[in-house]
Write a protein that binds this ligand. Structure first.
Ligand code: PHE
Length: 363
């Protein structure tokens, strides 16, 4: 209704005009959806003045009926349209208010997500692998839950052999030394491998010479103190070919220590015993800290022990069907934690597994 129309209505039906103006203002004043609904009910609802007026038209004098009837209906349509408009307006306002509040700036830089890196033990294993791959070795693997047969028996360590008790084995299915030999064989005990040497047997079962392999992985023993953890890592090496001698073993170890520790390092070989190598040796590397003069970390000897090794015992070849008249070989085993400690001057084994990132981040 424009101003002119409203003027005419005011002159001819002042009551209806006043009703219109009040309703119009009430609708426009509504500040939210609930207030608007209230305004709609009070101005257009069944009990509103307008509805009552429209209902009373049949009772009015005939000459008043056309004006108030037509005018009343116009006012109703106008007010209904106004409610709709106001409703749309309130929705728009609510939307822009929420857009202003809940704004998401997708161009802001993201939360930094720090990338980790390999644990020092894993890094050390990769380094060792790389050195032996450079020499043409293959990487071999074997299970951590192992059969007694591979961990001991086929490594020339039969049930009741005294060397077994030195291993502090975690048994999964135990073989008891009181069992008759026949029962033990049938039972075939299951254990967590105490060294990586069982992989030697598994590799030789799978292939004929020449064999040049290294195996790196977890091993388990039942001790836990400042220098032992129940799980640790070993590197196993096995070479079987024609004409392999102890000199090849020494040359290989010397090359490895220079590559791994860097620079010229002397090695020293001492006799030792392992059931599956003959002769057996332990290898020491010269202490770098004191240049061999003797210090605390080498216990004043000038030497650091790094591995057990030896020439593969012909008894082991019997288990895998190799002919000791035709081939010979060497094997060695090293502790990865110990090598990392020696290389980086780490004083305590337990630091590796405390998982304190302030320590691990340094490598
Ligand atoms: N497996 C032996 C150990 O854990 C080390 C070793 C490996 C010795 C290979 C000789 C040859 O003590």
């Amino acid at each position: 209704m424009d101003d002119a129309e409203l003027q005419i209505l005011k002159q001819r039906a002042p009551g209806l005009a006043a009703l219109y103006t009040t309703a119009h203002d009430a609708i426009l004043r509504a500040a939210d959806a609930a207030a608007l609904e209230q305004a709609r009910v009070s101005t257009l609802g069944r009990k509103s003045a307008l509805t009552e007026l429209l209902r009373s038209i049949p009772t009015l004098p005939p000459e008043d009926r056309p004006l108030l009837g037509k005018g009343g209906n116009t006012v109703r349509r106008e007010l209904e349209a106004l409610v709709e408009e106001r409703e749309a307006e309130l929705k728009r306002e609510a939307l822009s208010a929420s857009l202003a509040h809940e704004r998401l700036d997708v161009t802001l830089p993201g939360q930094p997500f720090p990338a980790g890196h390999e644990h020092l033990i894993s890094q050390t294993m990769r380094e060792v692998e790389d050195i032996f791959i450079g020499l043409g070795y293959r990487i071999a693997e074997g299970p951590e839950v192992e059969l007694d047969y591979y961990n001991f028996t086929a490594l020339n360590t039969p049930p009741s052999h005294p060397a077994r008790s030195a291993h502090d084995t975690f048994w999964v299915v135990e073989q008891r030394e009181t069992m008759p030999e026949a029962v033990m064989d049938a039972d075939r005990g299951v254990l967590l491998r105490t060294h990586t040497s069982p992989v030697q047997v598994r590799v030789m079962e799978q292939q004929r010479p020449p064999v040049y392999v290294v195996c790196l992985g977890k091993v388990y023993r039942r001790d836990s103190d400042a220098t032992h953890t129940p799980m640790f890592h070993q590197v196993e090496g096995l070479v079987v070919d024609e004409g392999i001698t102890l000199a090849d073993l020494k040359g290989t170890v010397h090359h490895f220590t220079e590559q791994f520790f860097g620079g010229e390092r002397a090695i020293r070989v001492r006799p030792h015993f392992f059931p599956f190598t003959e002769p057996s040796i332990e290898v020491d590397v010269s202490c770098e800290l004191c240049e061999g003069k003797g210090c605390r970390s080498c216990k004043h000897s000038g030497w650091l022990e790094i591995m057990g090794a030896g020439m593969v015992d012909p008894a082991v070849y019997d288990f895998v069907g190799y002919d000791p008249e035709k081939v010979s070989g060497f094997a060695f085993g090293m502790g990865v934690e110990r090598m990392a400690m020696l290389k980086h001057g780490i004083p305590d084994l337990r630091l590796f597994y405390d998982n304190d990132v302030r320590f691990l981040r340094q490598f």
